[in-house]
Design a protein around this ligand. Structure first.
Ligand code: SAM
Length: 222
């Protein structure tokens, strides 16, 4: 099983406030998802690491009707998402990891947002990407949002992020979190991410979005 970074209790509750503060242009990115995947013929979507369901919400307000499977190993995240989407019969939420899903039903598209940088590049990242590829039909689009970059790139973009943060944050908290991002997250360079995706069975990815350390990537299952 992949290493799991589980978001529990207060972390899950405060999650939405956290992403809005720490990811500049978060809403812009999330709002663009249904547009980016809008021309996909098979409108079955696999949302890996769906958390509280922020990306699922966007697909539910799209004009096209999607059938959505959201999967996340955190019981607390899945609980919050379930409360939000209890009235939608086109949303299926699963507490678990991708390898728990059957490989016989192939999805038409997938997303993996803000998950990969918590996993080691010791086979865990590759394993997750391969697991997603295995459950997608050929040609299916796949969108990723990840903290990506070489050590220098991350350091320089963290300085950009610091400048973009709201001014009312506690300065020690800011310092600690920037330090944690630089030293504890399991980020890889753009080249390595591309290599991992190709090895997992995807086309060479396109970086279509960037806000400081966060990069948005688009590719397709081969
Ligand atoms: C930072 S949150 C992102 C949530 C959501 N994608 C978003 O953008 O709002 C990361 C999520 O990944 C989940 N996660 C951790 N390890 C995972 C794994 N191996 N497979 C799928 N999800 C995982 C965590 O439980 C957490 O909900």
């Amino acid at each position: 099983m992949n290493k799991v970074e589980i978001f529990e209790n207060e972390r899950a509750t405060e999650y939405n406030q956290f992403v809005e503060t720490w990811i500049p242009n978060y809403h812009y990115f999330m709002d663009s998802l249904p547009k980016l995947l809008g021309e996909t013929e098979n409108k079955t979507l696999l949302v890996v690491g769906c958390g509280t369901g922020n990306e699922i919400e966007r697909f539910l307000s799209a004009t096209e009707k999607w059938r959505i499977t959201g999967i996340d190993p955190s019981p607390e995240m899945i609980k919050q998402a379930s409360q939000k989407f209890s009235n939608f019969d086109n949303v299926n939420l699963i507490e678990g990891v991708v390898s728990d899903l059957d490989t016989s039903d192939k999805f038409g598209a997938a997303t993996l947002l803000l998950v990969l940088h918590f996993m080691e590049d010791d086979g865990a990242k590759l394993n997750l990407l391969e697991g997603i590829a295995e459950r997608l039909e050929s040609g299916a689009p796949f969108i990723l949002l990840d903290i990506t970059g070489s050590k220098t790139q991350i350091k320089e973009n963290l300085e950009v992020l610091r400048l973009l943060l709201p001014k009312n944050l506690d300065s020690d908290d800011v310092k600690n979190r920037l330090h944690r991002i630089e030293n504890e997250l399991l980020t890889v360079s753009e080249e390595r991410l591309s290599q991992l995706l190709i090895q997992a069975g995807f086309e060479a990815p396109l970086r279509f979005f960037q806000t400081s350390i966060y990069m948005g990537w688009m590719t397709r299952k081969k």
